[in-house]
Each structure stands twice: as C-alpha cells, then as structure tokens.
Design a protein around this ligand. Structure first.
Ligand SMILES: [Zn+2]
Length: 551
C-alpha cells in the first residue's frame, strides 16, 4: 500500500509521519470518488515494446454502521497476523533472500498446520485460529513488504556507519526501528471477495467474532475497461471506508525520445517553463525542425502566492503568541493543511492542463528544465516559506505531469536550466529582459519582456525560455554522444526566481545553432492566454478567501 497522496505530501511538514504505519493526521473532505494515477511507472521487460501503467481507483463504500466496526475488526486482525509474520521473518531473516513466492511457502511451512505439516515451528494457530488462507497470504505479503523495507534500511544504515567509523568520523545517527505499531489496510485476495459489479461487492470480513460475507454498495468511478484489475484493499480514511483497487493498463511503449527526435522532423515537442511569478507555467509546442505551433500561458501564480503568504503570516503570528513550540509536534495544523491542499490542487490542475495542451497538439514529448537546488531566501518568515513552497510546487508539477503524460503515451524529459531565460530562442545570443515602460536594456530578473538586440526578436520572456528549453532537448538528442558533465564547477544565482536562488548546473551545452526557431510576432498565431478559467469549480473545496484563476 502506498501512503495516500495527501499523507505522503504532508510528511513534508509533519513530524508525526510514521515509517511503517500511517497515522491519519487530517481527514480529507468527503468526496465520492477520487481518481489519481499512482506514481508507479514501469516498463515490462527491458527492451520490449510493452509498457504498463498502474493506477489506483478509489471508491467509497456505503454500508450499515455496524459493518464499519466489522471492517475495523477485520483490519485489526489483519495487522495482528502481519505483525506475527514480521516477528517470524525477524527470527528467520534468511527468508528475505527468497522471492516473495518462495518466502510465502517457507513462512507457511514455519507457521501453518496441515496434515503434511502437523507440527510447524511457530504455529499461527497459537495466536489466532481459523484464518482463511487468502487472508493469511495477504498478511504475509504485507509483513514481507515491511520487513524488506526495514532490513534494507538497516543494512544501508550499517554500511554507512561502517564507512563513517572507518573514516574516523563520529556516528550519531540512530538505527531504523522495526514497526512499533501496525496500521496496514487489509488487502482482499481472491476468495475474500466475490460478485463485484459497478455498484456493489460481497466481502468476507472478520466481524470480531466470526467470518462473515457482507454485501456492500460502491459509489464513484467504475473500474475502467481493458485493464488488469488487482486485489481490492479496504482502506479507512477518518470514519469512512473506501475500496482501493489497483488497475494495470498495458500499452505499447512509445519510441525513445532520441529516436523520435532523430528520425522524424515532424515530432512535436511540448516545452514547459515553470515559474515562481504570475505565469505558473508557459508551454510551447514546436517541431524538431523548429516550427512553433502554439503557446499557452497558465496563470494563477500571484493568487496562490498571495494566499500562501497570508496563511504563513498567520502561522508566524500564532507562533509569536504561543511562544515555544513543542518538539516533534505540528503547530497550526489546520493552516498547514490548507496551504498544502491548495498547493497540491494547483499542481494537479496545472500538470493536467499541460498534458492536455500537449495532447491537443499531438506532442509526443514533454520537456521541462531541471529544478536546481533550493537555497533559502532571506526576509520574513512568510516570504521565505512562500518561496520554498513555490519551489516545491514546481517539483510537484513536474512529477504529476510526468505520470499523467505517460498514461497518454507522452514521454517526459528535463534539460539543463542554465541561462534558458537569457538566451534568444531565435539566434541564441543574450537577450535584454525588462518590464513594460522600461527601456529594453540589461537583464532584470522576473520581468515579463525580452528583446534580442541581435535579431530583433521580442516577446514574452517566459515563452522565450520555454522555446529554449524545447530546443535544448532537440539539440541534446541529436548529439547523443555528449555525455553527462562533471560536477558543477560553480554555482550561480537563478535569474528568474526573485525569492529563491537556484544553484544551477554548470553543464556546458552548445547552442542549437542549426535550429533556428521561426519566431513570428509577439501575437503569434496559436498563442492562447489560458487563465485556467472555469477550473475553479473543480477545486471548490479550497478555502473561501482564495479565488484562483480568475482575471
Ligand atoms: Zn535573437
């Protein structure tokens, strides 16, 4: 089980995140069904043309009140059995050298009483009796997962400690601890459920006193067709029980970026410039041979920044009132929750819009620039926190766009961010960057306009940067032999991040001299001003004072 998206992200701010169990900190607003592709992107068999993408379908269960108690009893039992098997594994660590299938057999032999195996070494029946085989197996797999994770952390910790000691360094880091409490969701293997339809399912659960089949109604998004359906998982969120089902879609994997770029001049590339200013994202579509087909501006940056700053200011003031904060405790939980929720909603919206735009224009490659490192900015608490979060959001947008686009057969890449805003997309000389009303000279970070004195190109600075990003990918793919550069030689300040200084790679890349981007005028054909209008309804659970994406 993956931690839910929210919990995973919340761990950025929360110290209460437990490595093994999940401690629900805040409850998600109740919605009927949430569809979120999971973060698993993998390719079947290296070199084959088949790729698979895994998605989790989350559905709400409707049940009688006492059935909720049964689900809880069922989960408690599942965790008891999983904890038991974790102990068994700890006593027989060698089991972990086996594949999951063989480990399962070995663990059953150690614990399960059968006619052929009348006296297992550590009988499960002494702890709990009458566990259905499939329930036991699901618990064994849960225990194996936790054990593998724990022992790999432990061995990493040991080797790091050894290295440190060998170098004569002081080693103070504590070793990882095995799970102290178990809070896993019960996976229902075949045999624990039946008669699944779009609107109901029959589940076999432990009621606390016996095993019972109950019919439960399902609401929300139905399972998509043409997918491989995994075992459903009974998940509790707050007081609500959900059914999570992972589904796997197989499709033929797209050709590699390098191949697409070198073999087809018509390949369309969607390049994205992510910003900390008003235009959160600026996307352009260009072909490999350099024709610019479309541009899209996605706004909302100022609103989100203003909203965040206000909340951070409130947190700072609250902290000022209460004085010391207890160590390891999350203060101002509601406010943090709000900020995180809004950031995440925006990252999802922007990434979805980017992928949609790429799809509309049949782009097969999505390209971003590397983010560089976050360096803390100076100033007030609210300012520092704000720029940090804006920086993180760029990472989230990339991450979400990557898996969303992969589901559509679009590949994602990143290029060296060095000077993408300073270079002219048409002739690759240095540009002047300025605000309207200012003389077009010099370079003022964060200003909206560019002018190239060399070739006369003028226009939007972020759009120019986006085109340069796309061209870098093309140039890199056409020069596949150019290896990765050594460690950066020097760091320099990011030019378009007023709050956050970005340490950029000093990777040298020659300008793509062969690729003369055909710039038209500023009001280019195909340029769309997209303010994410009309999307506000979809994030209606965003706190009231925030009105995003409106002019
Ligand atoms: Zn130029």
């Amino acid at each position: 089980m993956h931690p839910s998206f929210f919990e995973r992200n919340f761990s950025l701010f929360s110290q209460s995140f437990h490595r093994f169990g999940r401690v629900p900190l805040f409850h998600r607003p109740r919605v009927l069904s949430v569809y979120k592709p999971s973060r698993t992107i993998s390719t079947l068999r290296r070199g084959s043309k088949v790729a698979k993408a895994t998605t989790t379908i989350r559905q709400v269960l409707n049940y009688q009140a006492d059935h909720g108690l049964w689900f809880a009893a069922n989960q408690a039992l599942f965790n008891r059995v999983a904890a038991f098997y974790f102990e068994v594994i700890a006593a027989h660590e060698k089991v972990l050298d086996l594949s999951n299938k063989d480990a399962l057999t070995a663990l059953e032999k150690l614990t399960h009483t059968t006619q052929k195996n009348p006296t297992p070494a550590i009988p499960l029946a002494e702890i709990v009796e009458h566990i259905p085989a499939m329930f036991r197996r699901a618990a064994i797999h849960a225990a194996l997962g936790s054990a593998r994770s724990f022992y790999s952390h432990l061995s990493k910790w040991r080797s790091r400690r050894e290295k440190a000691i060998a170098k004569g360094k002081k080693w103070t880091l504590r070793p990882p601890v095995p799970p102290r409490s178990w809070n896993k969701s019960a996976t229902l293997y075949a045999g624990q459920w039946k008669q699944r339809t779009g609107s109901s399912i029959v589940l076999k659960v432990w009621t606390g006193t016996c095993w019972s089949w109950i019919k439960v109604r399902i609401t929300g998004r139905e399972l998509p067709a043409d997918v491989e359906v995994g075992s459903p998982v009974l998940v509790r969120r707050g007081n609500q029980w959900w059914l999570h089902t992972s589904v796997e879609k197989q499709f033929s994997s797209p050709p590699k970026i390098e191949q697409q770029v070198t073999t087809n001049a018509e390949t369309k590339i969607c390049a994205v410039d992510l910003n900390l200013n008003e235009h959160v994202a600026v996307c352009t579509i260009q072909t490999v041979e350099g024709t610019i087909l479309a541009t899209k501006f996605m706004g909302g940056g100022r609103e989100i920044s203003g909203f965040r700053k206000k909340q951070l200011g409130r947190i700072a003031r609250n902290r000022g009132k209460t004085g010391m904060i207890a160590e390891g405790e999350q203060d101002n939980g509601d406010l943090w929750h709000k900020i995180n929720h809004v950031d995440d909603a925006l990252a999802h919206l922007v990434s979805a819009r980017i992928v949609q735009f790429a799809q509309q224009h049949e782009a097969s490659i999505l390209v971003f620039e590397h983010l560089g490192n976050l360096k803390p900015s100076r100033g007030k608490y609210s300012h520092r926190g704000n720029s940090k979060r804006a920086f993180w959001m760029k990472g989230r947008i990339f991450k979400y766009a990557k898996y969303k686009s992969y589901h559509e057969g679009i590949l994602t890449s990143r290029v060296n961010p060095r000077h993408t805003s300073r270079e002219c997309a048409r002739c690759h000389s240095l540009v002047a960057r300025y605000a309207s009303g200012q003389p077009p000279e010099g370079y003022t970070s964060g200003t909206p306009l560019v002018l190239c004195h060399q070739c006369g190109m003028r226009g939007d600075a972020d759009r120019n940067a986006s085109l340069v990003i796309g061209q870098r990918l093309i140039a890199r793919s056409q020069k596949p032999l150019q290896g990765k550069p050594p460690t950066p030689l020097f760091a320099e300040r990011g030019e378009k991040s007023p709050g956050v200084a970005v340490c950029q790679d000093a990777k040298h890349e020659e300008g793509p001299s062969l690729l003369q981007a055909r710039h038209a005028d500023r009001n280019e054909h195909g340029t769309a001003q997209d303010r994410l209008l009309g999307m506000a309804e979809r994030i209606s659970d965003i706190p009231h004072q925030l009105r995003l994406f409106t002019e």
